[in-house]
Design a protein around this ligand. Structure first.
Ligand SMILES: Cc1cc2nc3c(=O)[nH]c(=O)nc-3n(C[C@H](O)[C@H](O)[C@H](O)COP(=O)(O)OP(=O)(O)OC[C@H]3O[C@@H](n4cnc5c(N)ncnc54)[C@H](O)[C@@H]3O)c2cc1C
Length: 300
């Protein structure tokens, strides 16, 4: 497999030589970064378009699935698709710069050509959730995979009953997608945000996400059993507390869905990096119902 130079990736001049190098590269789709938006100090939103019009139109994914993004010459990594499935191959990925690949990515310019493979993994059963109340619960970067099912709800709002988003961030400067909150609320979505630490600008509640959830459960008479589904995305420590509260409110485990973003390398069930016992999270996950999670030793 041919590798490209990092210099090529950052070059504003996308020469024909580089294009032909890309044709030798092992990936499924050639894609172009069409826009880059800085959301916080560490997260950027990338709008990425599959270059070939036919491939772009036929690219189909389900909410909760991920793609492998390859930065030629640097490497590849799994990233949740954070856009609406109805946008096909016009994808949005939100990436936190944490290491080699993601720091290089944070420096690329609009127009950079990348490789996209996928979509991979399991998804949230948004059709099964129709005619029910939906609780979307996210901590930190967990709001990223949650946006795809949220778009499905927004685009088919009348098919869902009460919809709540409960979002916890460490502090106001780390809140993601702030520019969309008003739009979500216009779709009759009850959005509650809580931060661990306030700053001078913050007027909202301070504390843990479980405090907001407790209030929501109380308004349901401490019983969510009748007709509710929950999607929970965030750091593993959050799953325990949030899912325990949901179960105590009599929500069946099979109606609680989580996304387990274990360390993954190949995304294709070959490298044995992400397995939990015999379960490969890249193939059987990342989306699991909570019943399955509890039956996987050391899953969270
Ligand atoms: C299914 C799935 C979906 C993902 N979706 C997103 C997303 O939408 N946005 C996003 O920013 N990230 C996402 N990630 C995590 C992302 O893939 C990694 O952060 C990225 O691959 C790290 O590559 P790197 O070379 O920059 O970091 P490396 O140099 O490999 O590592 C830098 C640091 O990050 C840690 N790290 C690496 N991978 C992970 C991981 N999977 N989970 C936790 N810590 C990790 C390492 O332990 C190390 O401390 C997802 C991961 C999975 C498995």
């Amino acid at each position: 497999m041919k590798r490209l130079d990092f210099v090529d990736v950052l070059s504003a001049d996308r020469s024909s030589a580089r294009e032909s190098d890309l044709n030798n590269f092992e990936y499924s789709y050639k894609a172009e970064i069409t826009s880059v938006y800085r959301l916080t100090d560490t997260e950027k939103l990338y709008q990425i378009r599959i270059v070939d019009k036919v491939q772009r139109h036929h690219f189909a994914f389900r909410p909760g699935q991920f793609v492998m993004l390859e930065l030629p010459g640097i490497g590849e990594g799994p990233f949740s698709i954070s856009s609406s499935p109805s946008r096909h191959g016009d994808l949005e990925l939100c990436v936190r710069a944490v290491g080699n690949l993601t720091n290089f990515l944070s420096r690329v310019a609009r127009g950079t050509v990348v490789g996209i493979s996928g979509p991979f993994g399991t998804s949230f059963p948004v059709e099964e959730m129709e005619n029910s109340d939906v609780l979307l619960i996210a901590g930190g970067l967990g709001i990223v995979p949650l946006r795809a099912p949220l778009f499905c709800v927004l685009e088919n709002r009348s098919r869902y009953n009460q919809v709540d988003i409960i979002y916890g961030a460490r502090n106001p400067s780390e809140m993601l997608f702030t520019y969309q909150y008003q739009m979500w609320r216009q779709f009759d979505i009850n959005l509650e945000i809580i931060v661990d630490q306030a700053d001078a600008t913050w007027q909202g509640p301070v504390g843990l996400i479980t405090e907001v959830l407790k209030k929501r459960i109380k308004t349901a008479g401490n019983d969510l059993s009748s007709n509710t589904y929950a999607i929970v995305c965030g750091p593993p420590v959050m799953f325990h507390f949030v899912c325990d509260m949901l179960i105590n409110a009599r929500l069946p485990m099979q109606k609680i869905f989580v996304s387990l973003e274990r360390r993954m390398h190949c995304g294709r069930g070959k490298c044995c990096r992400c397995n939990i016992g015999a379960t490969y999270t890249c193939l059987s996950g990342p989306v699991f119902d909570y019943w399955s999670v509890l039956n996987m030793k050391e899953a969270i």
